[in-house]
Each structure stands twice: as structure tokens, then as C-alpha cells.
Design a protein around this ligand. Structure first.
Ligand code: HEC
Ligand code: HEC
Length: 191
């Protein structure tokens, strides 16, 4: 009798635990609210579209975010206790999607300036001539323009805590107008 009661208690505990713990699909639905679902661009201003990013880049960033090294106020606590295996599954989910970008209207002069600044600063040496990224280097082509500018400014002003310092070095000496032009150019490229 006593054994049966203990067993029932254990089963109840399991059932309760099972309903509070979030499943991977539930977590992914929460991500999509800010980062876009099924390859749609991020619906939130200054948030990155994750679809089609290199797997290694996503895995690295997710670990940095979970550990609080890359501090993102709107994602606070979201990855607490998520296992490495689940982070990899999340990364794979987004890496396998194809981004359907929605760039704004092209400003020919700004685009030309952005292309010139990016070429002059050898951005493609790491991000690839197609700007599709590889390994730990993110795809920039087709990314939200506001997010590109937001992150370039953060790198340049030393506010990109927990991010690779190689980026601040790559932007040394560039003006804010240069950053704006590059963000416009890169957002217009096909992913
Ligand atoms: C409430 C909005 C919000 C939610 C929900 C959210 N994120 Fe984010 N996420 C952001 C913002 C904003 C940034 C960019 C922050 C910055 O650099 O200033 C970001 C950045 C990221 C990055 C870095 C990408 C890059 O290009 O640098 C990854 C990876 C990421 N989020 C994954 C996720 C995953 C996976 C989930 C779901 C578990 C999630 N996010 C849920 C808002 C959100
Ligand atoms: C030496 C290699 C290298 C060069 C050169 C380089 N980058 Fe990067 N870039 C990286 C790496 C690595 C990251 C990821 C950094 C991190 O998140 O820790 C990155 C991240 C970025 C991001 C953030 C994107 C995101 O999704 O969060 C932008 C924007 C960017 N680079 C733009 C540029 C531009 C524009 C240039 C040229 C002026 C450039 N990069 C040159 C290596 C490089």
C-alpha cells in the first residue's frame, strides 16, 4: 500500500513537471514572435532575422546569450536551463530555413556608397563575397537594415558586450554615414 502511494506521488510529480517544462516547439514559437517564423524576416525593430544563418554562428551566439555573456535584455532568462542539445536543435531549426527578405526601397546612391565602403574594408574576406557568412561569421545579405545599423554602431562604440572584438577593429575609422550606407547595401543583397 505504502509503495503504491509513493509510486502515485512520483507519477504526479512527473506529470506536473512535464506540464511546466517547455517543449522545444513551444520555445521555438516564442522565438518566432521576435525573429520571424518559417523564413519570414524578424517582425521586431532592431532584431535579427535568424533564418538561414550558419549553424555554428547560431550555436555560438545561443551559448553566449544563455551564459549572459552577450546581454540581450529582451531575451533575459529565456534560455535559462536550456541544454546544449536543445540549443543545437534551435540553431539547426533556424539554419535550415530559407530567409524570404523584405528589403525596403533601394536608394541607388546610398547602395553604391555602401558597396564601396564594404569593398574598401574587406568585409567580404570574412563574411564571403556573397555575404552569406560561414562558420562563426553571420550572413549579412538580406538582414534587416535597422538591425545591421544597430549592431554596427554597437560594435563601433564598444557596446557589443560579449561579441567578437574583431568587428570593432574592422570598423575602425569609419563614419556613421559609412555604417548607414553599408547597412543599406547589405540589407538589399539577396540571401
Ligand atoms: C522579445 C523578443 C525576443 C525573443 C522572444 C527572442 N529574441 Fe533572440 N534576440 C532579440 C533581439 C532584440 C536580439 C538582438 C539584440 C542585439 O544585438 O541588440 C536577439 C538576438 C538573438 C540572436 C543573435 C543573432 C545575431 O544575428 O546576432 C540569436 C541567435 C537569438 N536571438 C536567438 C533566439 C532564440 C533561439 C529565441 C527563442 C528561444 C529568441 N532569440 C527569442 C529578441 C528576442
Ligand atoms: C576578420 C573577420 C571579419 C571581418 C573583416 C568583418 N567581420 Fe563582421 N563579423 C565577424 C564575426 C566573427 C562576427 C560575429 C561576431 C560575434 O557575434 O561575436 C561578425 C559580425 C558582424 C555583424 C553582426 C551581424 C549579426 O547578425 O549579429 C555585422 C553587421 C558585421 N559583422 C558587419 C561587417 C562589416 C560591414 C564588415 C566590413 C566593414 C565586417 N563585418 C568585417 C567577422 C568579420
Amino acid at each position: 500500500m505504502r509503495g503504491a502511494l509513493i509510486l502515485i506521488g512520483a507519477l504526479l510529480a512527473l506529470a506536473v513537471g512535464g506540464t511546466t517544462a517547455q517543449t522545444l516547439p513551444e520555445r521555438l514559437a516564442a522565438c518566432a514572435a521576435c525573429h520571424g517564423a518559417d523564413g519570414a524576416p524578424a517582425p521586431l525593430a532592431n532584431a535579427p532575422s535568424l533564418a538561414g544563418q550558419p549553424l555554428v554562428f547560431l550555436e555560438n551566439q545561443l551559448v553566449m546569450i544563455r551564459e549572459g555573456l552577450r546581454d540581450i535584455p529582451s531575451m533575459k532568462g529565456l534560455l535559462d536551463g536550456v541544454s546544449d542539445a536543445d540549443l543545437t536543435a534551435m540553431a539547426r531549426h533556424f539554419a535550415q530555413q530559407t530567409l524570404k527578405p523584405q528589403p525596403g526601397a533601394r536608394d541607388a546612391a546610398l547602395y553604391a556608397r555602401g558597396e564601396q565602403v564594404a569593398n574598401g574594408n574587406r568585409c567580404a574576406s570574412c563574411h564571403l563575397p556573397t555575404y552569406l557568412g560561414r562558420e562563426q561569421m553571420p550572413r549579412l545579405a538580406g538582414q534587416r537594415e535597422d538591425y545591421l545599423l544597430h549592431s554596427l554602431r554597437a560594435f563601433q562604440s564598444g557596446q557589443a558586450t560579449g561579441r567578437d572584438t574583431i568587428m570593432a577593429a574592422s570598423l575602425y575609422g569609419l563614419s556613421d554615414a559609412d555604417l548607414k550606407a553599408m547597412a543599406h547595401y547589405l540589407a538589399q543583397l539577396a540571401p
